[in-house]
Design a protein around this ligand. Structure first.
Ligand code: PGA
Length: 246
């Protein structure tokens, strides 16, 4: 695992966007694993700017997203399909047919197997972008006694529902279940890029950067099993997570 400490969250997002853009410049057919949530929004803004400026083209890029809420169709404006359209896909030259966000309605087993297939279709992702939950979740793999390898339905934890309530009218409105890539689906990417900010993430990041332990109680620690995982955090979060040089 490679730790990158930046001066600010804005700098972290520029760093991540430029890493992704460089990958696409080098491999125009790159396959990206993408994330939703508050953290990646400025990353997608910068990628859209680079695309408008003609510096990068997504015309041949393929994408697969980590997760989707159960019970929401892609037309629902709280769905992650809608989030991706709004923040990225509608702003770049990507072919929507080359984008995959899991289906949150219909037969759950069928949807999970389809997500497993999407992760592998045409080869594993060249890069998986990740945020992290306050409880250390990646995708929606919640901190627990056990984790799950493949795509599955996850019951969202109270902390995740509370954290995501800011995107809804209230916590009652947050879906309680989600379809998510499992740990193997995430870790099979050739490269991982995790971006985190905010003191609420300090405990999760502490477990990631302070020792060599891997624990299902803090799922992001599984990134230690990946040979090419970059963790990008700002100095404020690094200090809150006890990083001595921050
Ligand atoms: P956030 O969510 O970017 O909205 O903090 C990250 C996550 O839950 O993985």
């Amino acid at each position: 695992m490679n730790l990158i400490v930046t001066e600010s969250y804005a700098e972290s997002c520029l760093y991540a966007a430029h890493q992704i853009a460089a990958l696409i410049q080098q491999t125009p057919t790159a396959k990206l694993g993408l994330a939703t949530g508050g953290t990646p929004v400025p990353i997608y803004r910068e990628l859209a700017r680079l695309c408008r400026a003609g510096e990068v083209s997504f015309a041949k890029v393929r994408t697969v997203n980590l997760d989707e809420y159960c019970g929401l169709t892609g037309q629902n404006d709280q769905s992650y399909r809608h989030f991706m359209e709004k923040h990225l896909f509608s702003k770049i030259d990507i072919d929507t047919a080359n984008t995959y966000v899991a289906c949150g309605v219909g037969d759950e087993q069928t949807n999970c197997r389809a997500l497993d297939e999407a992760v592998l279709a045409g080869g594993v992702p060249d890069l998986q972008l990740l945020g992290v939950g306050t409880n250390g979740h990646i995708g929606f793999n919640e901190a627990s006694e056990t984790l799950t390898a493949h795509a599955h339905i996850e019951q969202l934890s109270a902390t995740t529902i509370a954290a995501n309530a800011r995107f809804f009218a209230g916590s009652d409105e947050v879906p309680t279940r989600a379809i998510t890539m499992g740990m193997q689906n995430i870790l099979c990417a050739r490269r991982i890029l995790l971006v985190a900010t905010g003191k609420a993430k300090a405990e999760a990041i502490r477990g990631l950067i302070q020792n060599d332990d891997v624990t299902t109680r803090n799922p992001c620690t599984f990134l230690k099993l990946h040979p090419f995982a970059d963790v990008v955090i700002d100095r404020t979060l690094a200090a809150a997570a006890g990083w001595p040089d921050a």
